[in-house]
Design a protein around this ligand. Sequence first.
Ligand SMILES: *[C@@H]1O[C@H](CO)[C@@H](O)[C@H](O)[C@H]1NC(C)=O
Ligand SMILES: *[C@@H]1O[C@H](CO)[C@@H](O)[C@H](O)[C@H]1NC(C)=O
Ligand SMILES: *[C@@H]1O[C@H](CO)[C@@H](O)[C@H](O)[C@H]1NC(C)=O
Ligand SMILES: *[C@@H]1O[C@H](CO)[C@@H](O)[C@H](O)[C@H]1NC(C)=O
Ligand SMILES: *[C@@H]1O[C@H](CO)[C@@H](O)[C@H](O)[C@H]1NC(C)=O
Ligand SMILES: *[C@@H]1O[C@H](CO)[C@@H](O)[C@H](O)[C@H]1NC(C)=O
Ligand SMILES: *[C@@H]1O[C@H](CO)[C@@H](O)[C@H](O)[C@H]1NC(C)=O
Length: 418
Amino acid sequence: MYSFQSLVFIGLFTTLSCQQIVSDPLTAGPPLEVVHLYYDEWPTGISVDSSSGRKFSNYPPGLDANNTNDGSNNKYTVAELIGNDTERPYPNAEINNPPDGAINYTTYPPTGANYANYLIGVQSIVLDPLNRLWILDTGRAQTPNGTLVAASHGGPKLVAVSLSNDSVIQTIVFPPTVAFPDSYLNDVRFDLRPSLTASGLGVAYITDSSLEGRNGIIVVDLGTGESWRHLDGTPEVRPERGFIPFVWGTPLYQIPSPGQPLSTIAFGADGIALSASGDELFWGPTGGRYLFSILTERLRDRGLTSEILAQAAVVNRGQRGTSDGFETDSNGLIYVGNMEANAVATYDPVNGTLSTFVRDPRISWCDTMSIADDGYLYFTNNQLWRSQAFYPGTDRRERPFALMRAKLPGNATRVSLT
Ligand SMILES: *[C@@H]1O[C@H](CO)[C@@H](O)[C@H](O)[C@H]1NC(C)=O
Ligand SMILES: *[C@@H]1O[C@H](CO)[C@@H](O)[C@H](O)[C@H]1NC(C)=O
Ligand SMILES: *[C@@H]1O[C@H](CO)[C@@H](O)[C@H](O)[C@H]1NC(C)=O
Ligand SMILES: *[C@@H]1O[C@H](CO)[C@@H](O)[C@H](O)[C@H]1NC(C)=O
Ligand SMILES: *[C@@H]1O[C@H](CO)[C@@H](O)[C@H](O)[C@H]1NC(C)=O
Ligand SMILES: *[C@@H]1O[C@H](CO)[C@@H](O)[C@H](O)[C@H]1NC(C)=O
Ligand SMILES: *[C@@H]1O[C@H](CO)[C@@H](O)[C@H](O)[C@H]1NC(C)=O
């Protein structure tokens, strides 16, 4: 028999359970369109030439052993996207297939192959304002058991390809004092203004995100091919100790190498973007929340006290969220991922604050961004944290991986520093 009190309780419960509790809308911003689905290799980079409609991606063997060229001649580390679901090796199959593969097994332990005229392990591809596709080769790849081998001289390099004839037009090989054997050349930005250097052919800035810890910023004179480092080992290019992001509700721990104890997220300086003027460089470690910047003249300086001045010039812009690649639009906004909110955010240097640009539950890991002349932000959405390099060590990624895009705010478009 029900007591009066329990009948009141049941009545109350029924009323309460009918109430709508306000909840997270999970989406915000402009519509997010799926542009390309990757069914084959696992992508990171994207670059879009909207005048021709051509799109390019890269597939790093340094983060996925199944991207490693094993000499079977059926892999690629750079590809052109064909239709909305197919890729073909770019600029050709031959350069993507070093003789005997990307790894030199005659050394002990195995090392990256030393070819300057073949691609070993590409982490980023970026179209410059002159429509040259620059390929950033780490020179590193994983063995089948997931061990990341060290680079050999010849492997780490920047390679420029002309889109007009799909031919290599320039190769800049980094000396081992600039790209260390355990460096991981992650991402690159270009400023081609002639006034920057004596050679007048512009400059590239590169992040070294190495998990092994020798992080820094590399500067390249595109005219002379010389390169140098700044901010080596400073806290601003290093991961934060104990950094644990949550993505899709999951705390992330890394497996640095097969069989090794877990670490917190230990990628250093990764995302990189120039201000719309080219006078400032923004970057952030993936293993950390802060956004940093520096005047680019401090990085180009190679004088006696240039490193002292560079370290004194670093600006902490505050927290940005958990992100990988960055991008810049013509209104001066800096785009950063905010993976913990399934989002892409913008940082406005004018008022110093973040805004949410787009949110969507499908955003799993906004890896690399590329703004095209068509006024869209393109980004690869690649489930990085579900790979076997993250706890619990099983591969939980599900194909297809996606290329997505969203219309930029304020009629913004791409920045062209020439
Ligand atoms: C690589 O491919 C093999 C065979 O398709 C699969 O068993 C393995 O899980 C894949 N590994 C990764 C890291 O994707
Ligand atoms: C890809 O193109 C095909 C044929 O044009 C179309 O049916 C399909 O919906 C497209 N897929 C995506 C993801 O846009
Ligand atoms: C492999 O390593 C050996 C020994 O250092 C070297 O002689 C050879 O040139 C290397 N080959 C490649 C393709 O890296
Ligand atoms: C993984 O493979 C490499 C290269 O073949 C080998 O040197 C290393 O001992 C292996 N590591 C483990 C944990 O099996
Ligand atoms: C390809 O075009 C570039 C100009 O974009 C030119 O410098 C180069 O010589 C051409 N290469 C070939 C093989 O035609
Ligand atoms: C900062 O500027 C952006 C526009 O770039 C604007 O959307 C945002 O509301 C501003 N934030 C504050 C706190 O004023
Ligand atoms: C964007 O362009 C449209 C059409 O040219 C114009 O009506 C609108 O005012 C512009 N918006 C901004 C924020 O400039």
